[in-house]
Ligand binder design. Structure first.
Ligand code: HPA
Length: 261
């Protein structure tokens, strides 16, 4: 059972990890963002993919999410830990904070293909809890073990980008209970669910969302904050991998049961 790791902005490689193999795939949905690196952490096999490509040349609205997730499935990945840069909407959040979300609002308005089942098979997958409860629990437990403070739970609103939001949009997102805003969790999370892969996210707050601070937002601050948080993410990942049981006890593994019409 392999564990997948999706690197977001600022996380393009898994240096420090013993890389055993590098696999380039072509999928029925096209080509994934990069080749998959297979390596070992704590004697567990990890498959790493940088979502935006190795030189960050793929913007969030152009990522081939279906190819990426299908590739993980094809490589025997049963769980995916995703790293996502986010803007902080909740005023209690500061740049550098890490949040493990438990809910999603999809504000990408269907502009991204968000299903593997669009032709003959009519299937409605349950998405009440979009993140894997067992995997998220392991992330929270690992954060205690390695002494890295994380915020437990929160709502991630996913926008299409690539532009950042207006101040009024963020005010609206705040009024409907969103804590962080980002551009990548959807459709990644639902595509993983459709392939019965567990999926949880480690969100790194890289900036206060638009209008929360009076300063102009820059991509540079996102990358700088992401880079300076990498040491925390890496130690968290090591801690998580140690805790992940070989067998799954969550509902993700049976996501397709009773989902067909
Ligand atoms: N908005 C949307 N996506 C983001 C942000 C933001 O402020 N920061 C990092 N990803």
């Amino acid at each position: 059972m392999r564990i997948g790791l999706i690197g977001g902005s600022g996380l393009y490689d898994i240096e420090g990890i013993n890389v055993l193999d590098e696999i380039s795939l072509t999928t029925p949905y096209g080509i994934p963002s990069a080749s998959y690196k297979v390596g070992e952490i704590e004697e567990r096999e990890i498959v790493f993919l940088p979502r935006h490509g190795i030189s960050h040349n793929i913007p969030p609205h152009k990522v081939n999410y279906r190819a990426n997730i299908w590739g993980f499935k094809n490589l025997g990945v049963e769980r995916i830990i995703s790293v996502n840069a986010v803007g902080g909407i909740n005023r209690l959040l500061q740049p550098g904070d890490i949040l493990i979300p438990n809910q999603i609002i999809d504000f990408t308005f269907g502009r991204r293909i968000s299903t593997f089942y669009e032709n003959d098979r009519v299937l409605h997958v349950d998405f009440t809890d979009p993140f894997c409860s067992e995997l998220s629990h392991n992330i929270l437990k690992a954060s205690e073990n390695v002494g890295i403070k994380v915020v437990k739970g929160g709502t991630y609103i996913c926008v299409d980008g690539p532009r950042l939001e207006t101040a009024k949009e963020i005010e609206f997102f705040s009024s409907i209970g969103c804590d962080v805003v980002g551009m990548t969790v959807m459709p990644e999370a639902v595509l993983a669910r459709e392939l019965e892969i567990c999926y949880s996210s480690i969100c790194v707050v890289t900036n206060p969302a638009a209008g929360i601070s009076t300063k102009k937002l820059t991509s540079k601050e996102v990358l700088i904050m992401m880079k300076s948080s990498l040491y925390k993410i890496k130690s968290l990942i090591k801690g998580i991998v140690k805790l992940i049981p070989y067998d799954r006890h969550c509902q993700c593994k049976d996501a397709l049961k009773d989902a067909d019409l």
